[in-house]
Design a protein around this ligand. Sequence first.
Ligand code: SF4
Length: 196
Amino acid sequence: MSEDDGDLIPVVLVKQYIFCPRIVYFSEVLGLKERETELMYEGRDMQWAEDRRDRRRKRVPGTGLEARGAKHGVLYVSRRLGLAGVVDLVVDEGGVAVVERKAAKRPKRVHRNHLYQLAAYALLVEEATGKPVMRAYIHYLKSGDIVEVTLTDEAKRHVLWIVRQIKSIIWEERLPPYSEKPACKSCGYRWICRQL
Ligand code: SF4
């Protein structure tokens, strides 16, 4: 992205907004960085290793999709959507599919923030390719599961609503109200959140 792309919202921020809107304020208004944990380092290593394996594979595991010709880690940017993001894997074979990797075990239910992260990637890829994204998957690296996710038009519209909420937090420098939630236990901004 260039300097002119300062108004674009990274897709990871959409994911974080759903985790907790206060994180948008801490990272984008105060410019604070999340406290990194051993798990995060381990997760990054797993993603790199999987990316190398993906580039050698003939098929994307668990999907039946042909891997040759797939795009790995490509940055998609859309001024119209106000979004930008790097998609782990895009396959264009009899319909476009996107794959997102998570360095985690498969949960009982796909997390909401991951679902909307995929919906945001789908919007970007649809605009870039001019084709609808027909399938979306999350690859849980720690358990080896690949789960297909249904992306509705409503989910995609909700992404655009979230983008507007994120921009308003940033432009108005507005700290969303605090509310204790289970996510607080694993939040990398807990140290600052409790002070404000
Ligand atoms: S500690 Fe809880 S309320 Fe504060 S930013 Fe994190 S998730 Fe949000």
